[in-house]
Design a protein around this ligand. Structure first.
Ligand SMILES: Cc1cc2nc3c(=O)[nH]c(=O)nc-3n(C[C@H](O)[C@H](O)[C@H](O)COP(=O)(O)OP(=O)(O)OC[C@H]3O[C@@H](n4cnc5c(N)ncnc54)[C@H](O)[C@@H]3O)c2cc1C
Length: 557
């Protein structure tokens, strides 16, 4: 780290990649996309909360990046000659975390948001310098907990865990104050007239105070959706931003389609909750689901795909363009649709399960959950690959992992490499033919009863963390009867649609459905939501990209 640099400390040693100095040739290539303008000392070029903000390169003078919070300001960094502004939100067009102010008179190159997008798409060298800097800056902001929001919560609250996951999986930096650990927090709450029983509380930009907000409320408050025009008819609307939806977005947008993605929570889907994906091509040492999702999300944005954080609640398919109704009543029109809504975790039939969801019962094993149960005993329920991965991952930081499976062995349901690791781990105890029959606790799960079905014996164990990894059901309840589903509710596509299926829904055109096309022309289904799909990241990504070639065909019809 350079000792002359002003601003927040940097955790990474690659400061020249975080704040690169551009060469005269690079600067003149950027200038060709925008214009040079003079700036005065004290002039504010971007205000915190502005959307689709311009991008600046300093020619002479200095630009200060500051974070206003209430009446205070924190200096984040200072850009001097040859350096440029921006981080991930500059690319997505979302609200700026920071104020950009000129601290000396000088000259800058200004590119409007769209001009900056064109630059990163057309100039490979500058595109990679900018993208790398934006990502590394975001990583530094997350590490420093510097964003435009403060979360006040407790490790005993399910709402806190949900909000932390939502922010983390959306890559949004935030400061966290734990009520149990920070005695001064009451003063902070008092200043916003909030009683302690109202947590978790989220404070946006020091102004708006939300009490246990829904994901949609957080997205609205942070302006995730502000820069997106919801009225235009899109070439393609992708529903779901798991691996299959993100792949469709990347391929669609990179091939010139106007793509809007709707995602109810955060990009990554089920894969985003995986601690380490080891069988995805090109990542020999594995990659966390979250990192894979974050990269794909950025890649989609780089090519101009837009992502709206909202839930699709109904498909209206009796006329074209098709209309997707979203939470809150909005309506989005689309010439073609890719359904990539995947599947959601199956729950255990336990009466009080929902009481402990997020406070002892979890459906994903990521870094966030692992922190909650370090050094303790945990239970992982399930015999598939996701359960195996969770077990192996948790074994690194917990005292003991009890793996409960209903069948006799793992051989039929789990990959061989995971079975070997489980067998070789001294921390994992495999408990075949065993299932949870009851949960007990107060604010948090305290004890679990499990029954060994081979001998009919039930035992109580004082274990407060259960990871349920027992498979998933398709997210198709919002489809409004628009297309043919299989008996389990997955969407039938292409050659799986029989002539009876097609005649019963009145397939209206001469050609047969394309591969991955549903019984509704121009509507495709990809990934885990599709009947007969292979439930893997690679196949989801493959299907998302293949669907785009047929989307082009439909758009020509
Ligand atoms: C813990 C875990 C570990 C795994 N590990 C591996 C692995 O190592 N290797 C491997 O190959 N596979 C793995 N898998 C399987 C893999 O993650 C899935 O096959 C893959 O994620 C499927 O991708 P998808 O895009 O089809 O659906 P999903 O990943 O399910 O994504 C669907 C998305 O759609 C969104 N959505 C749903 N309904 C709506 C709606 N109405 N409106 C808007 N958005 C909506 C969801 O929020 C979600 O983000 C794992 C799965 C889990 C759960």
């Amino acid at each position: 780290m350079s000792h002359t640099r002003r601003g927040l400390p940097i955790t990474s040693s690659s400061i020249e990649k975080i704040f690169p100095k551009l060469t005269p040739d690079q600067i003149s290539r950027i200038e060709a996309h925008g214009h040079i303008r003079a700036v005065q000392s004290g002039e504010v070029l971007v205000e915190q909360g502005d959307t689709s903000v311009p991008f600046f390169v300093v020619i002479t003078g200095e630009l200060e990046i500051v974070r206003p919070f209430g009446s205070h300001e924190t200096l984040v960094t200072v850009h001097s000659s040859g350096q440029f502004t921006g981080e991930v939100n500059t690319l997505s067009g979302r609200k700026s975390f920071f104020r950009v102010r000129s601290s000396k008179p000088g000259k800058v190159i200004e590119l409007k948001h769209q001009q900056m997008l064109t630059l990163v798409q057309t100039d490979a060298e500058l595109g990679s310098i900018l993208m790398r800097a934006f990502i590394l800056r975001r990583v530094e902001l997350i590490a420093a907990g510097v964003g435009d929001i403060v979360l006040i919560g407790s490790t005993h609250s399910a709402g806190t865990l949900r909000i932390k996951e939502f922010l983390m999986r959306n890559g949004h930096p935030y400061s966290y104050i734990d009520l149990e650990r920070d005695p001064d927090v009451q003063n902070m709450l008092d200043s916003f007239q909030i009683s302690v029983n109202k947590i978790p509380v989220l404070i946006c930009r020091g102004q708006v105070v939300l009490r246990n907000p829904s994901n949609q409320q957080i997205a609205d408050c942070l302006g995730f959706n502000d820069s997106i025009d919801q009225t235009q008819v899109r070439d393609l609307v992708v529903i779901g931003a798991g691996p299959s939806g993100l792949a469709a977005a990347v391929y669609g947008a990179s091939e010139g389609l106007d793509v809007l993605v709707l995602e109810t929570s955060s990009p990554g889907g089920q894969a985003g909750s995986s601690s380490r994906i080891e069988n995805y091509l090109g990542f020999p040492t594995g990659i966390s689901g979250q990192e894979l999702a974050a990269r794909a999300y950025l890649q989609a944005q780089k090519f101009g795909a837009e992502i709206l954080i909202t839930k699709a609640t109904r498909l209206i398919c009796d006329h074209k363009p098709y209309v997707i109704e979203v939470e809150g009543g909005g309506r989005i029109s689309a010439r073609t649709v890719v359904i990539a809504t995947g599947a959601q975790y199956r729950k255990l039939p336990l009466e009080n399960l929902s009481r402990f969801e997020g406070t002892g019962v979890y459906y994903g094993a990521t870094f966030v959950e692992a922190q909650l149960c370090g050094g303790e005993e945990v239970i992982v329920v399930g015999g598939g690959n996701s359960a195996g991965q969770a077990g192996v991952f948790l074994a690194q930081t917990t005292k003991r992992v009890h793996m409960l499976v209903r069948s006799n062995s793992l051989a039929e349901s789990m990959s061989r490499y995971l079975i070997r690791r489980i067998e070789n781990s001294p921390t994992i105890v495999l408990r075949p033919q065993t299932e949870i029959v009851a949960l007990e606790g107060g604010d948090h799960l305290d004890s679990v009863y499990w029954r060994n079905n081979a001998i009919g014996h039930t035992e109580k164990h004082e274990i407060s963390h259960v990871f349920i990894m027992t498979g998933a059901d398709p997210n198709t309840d919002w489809l409004n009867g628009c297309m043919t589903l299989d008996p389990k509710g997955f969407i039938k596509t292409g050659p799986d649609l029989s002539s009876e299926n097609l005649s019963s829904v009145g397939w209206p055109i001469l050609r047969q459905p394309y591969l991955l096309e549903t019984s509704l022309p121009g509507v495709f289904a990809v990934g885990d939501v599709r009947g007969g799909s292979v439930k893997r990241v690679a196949s989801a990504v493959g299907e998302g990209s293949i669907a785009i070639s047929f989307v082009h065909e439909v758009l020509k019809e």
